[in-house]
Design a protein around this ligand. Sequence first.
Ligand code: F6R
Length: 620
Amino acid sequence: MCGIVGYVGHRQALEVVLAGLHRLEYRGYDSAGVAVLDGPGGLAVERKAGRLANLETRLDEVGRDRLAGTAGMGHTRWATHGPPVDRNAHPHRDAVGGLAVVHNGIIENFARLRAELEADGVEMASDTDTETVAHLTARAYQEGETAGDLPACVRAVCRRLEGAFTLVFCHADEPDQVVAARRSSPLVVGVGDGETFLASDVAAFIEHTRDAVELGQDQVVVITREGYQVTDFHGQPVETAPFRVNWDLSAAEKGGHDYFMLKEIQEQPAAVESTLRGHFAGGRIVLDEQRLADQDLRDVDKVFVVACGTAYHSGLVAKYAIEHWTRLPVECELASEFRYRDPVLDRDTLVVAISQSGETADTLEAVRHAREQKARVLAICNTNGAQIPRESDAVLYTHAGPEIGVAATKTFLAQIVANYLVGLALAQARGTKYPDEVAREFHELEAMPAAVQHTLGTVPQVRALGRELADSKAVLFLGRHVGFPVALEGALKLKELAYMHAEGFAAGELKHGPIALIEDGLPVVIVMPSPKGRAVLHSKLLSNINEIQARGARTIVIAEEGDGTVKPFADHLIEVPAVPTLMQPLVSSVPLQVLAAEIARCRGYDVDKPRNLAKSVTVE
Ligand code: F6R
């Protein structure tokens, strides 16, 4: 949510910052802006509502050489305070325009700070919480004990701020440095040769360096051409943890695909394979990063899964597997609801917090609540060193690689696999599965990259179907057992990408109300279980299809290859490979992702950047 880039080096900062913003635009695209320092007293700012392309047009109009200089910063916004108009676009400046700041997050006490400034006669030029920080910092720079010391001013102001924020500052009188602060929102330093970068995500500087440093909670960093210095909010130097990014620029590019989402759908076999890699050795599940001993896992008497959106759907899938393998009760809960309903937690509760970004505020707050209640928290995350794994007792990383399309695809499959690894580790430690059974389940997971690859063979057929359905008003999705969360996920994808009314239902619930929605020609997608695995579920779903077909629905059936019984009920049949029941979501989700993307494309929407959304949601 909001992308931030900072740079001090030997190149033109404007071009470095714009290239970085392009890679971060998935974080927000309501407006964009840049600030460039050009020698003493020179601070040029341009900003524009709408996509980054609007800012670039503006820069061409004013002349890019107006923003020459080798230090600067940029921002791409997901609006929180104030509508997405020019005046609310970042950077924000103080009254005389000597200081500029960009911000990701929310300053929760901004109303009080704003009132204080207004009482002192400061006139606000925007509706944002960020602008208060610009005025407070500029003031601290002019007077008092922090005068003339930008890092000291930033620290002093940050001590007064409540909420979650990443802030980056440029000051006209400090042309060789950019200063940033971090609390609960992401910020990474990139270390190059004679140049230093700052960004919300390493993708912004990966083309220049893979050497990075993750900033900790409540830290301030000063970057210069020579490097970086990090302190806490009181000015004490702190140890940092440098790391090397294990993917390169090609992972953050479309690689010949029309859009990132299609590329990421194609990358799913690799995402599943990488997430499994190294987690089975010596006949045992090995979760080396998890930092939970077998005894901890044996003590667990209840599991909560907390997550949002697609990650939540992966948790719903996991509930079936974990309960089946471990005989432990598993509650799957929307993170945004979790801490407000006083869940029963104690030190024998394992809370599995699933988050692709590791930044989602709802999930982070759920983690904090669980830890306050003494529960053990295991994070499943795709982003190294993100806040959620940092605040959890243990972490299991999904290795799906960067996901740029706003709609989650490959990380969904990777999350299901990681959840299953947790389930198997619990079963192994608790002895609810014999070692050979655990090994068999793992080997079934190992067969999944090939099965997903095989499923990708349906892409042309599903795209053609998408073109046929592009004018539909609504689509329903039905499933049973693990097919139910798949139906929910299919509906979510269609809503968020194609802005189409879509609902997922447990097929058995249909007759309790939703069947009233069925009318002539309404497309209904049915996720069939295997006729061999759960025969009883299969026959029940066949009856459900019968019921809706009789009422005029157009049935689109996702079924196992060779399932002859379903053919008479399918107006459109999409065949996926036969896999064990618990593995079915890994194949049956794939056509639903493609369907949503294609319908969105046909309707003329930006598949990678759906309206009103952003990739990581750092506000509650
Ligand atoms: C949907 C989607 C969102 C995210 C949700 C959680 O395609 O991407 O529903 O799944 O916002 O995000 P993370 O996993 O980053 O916590």
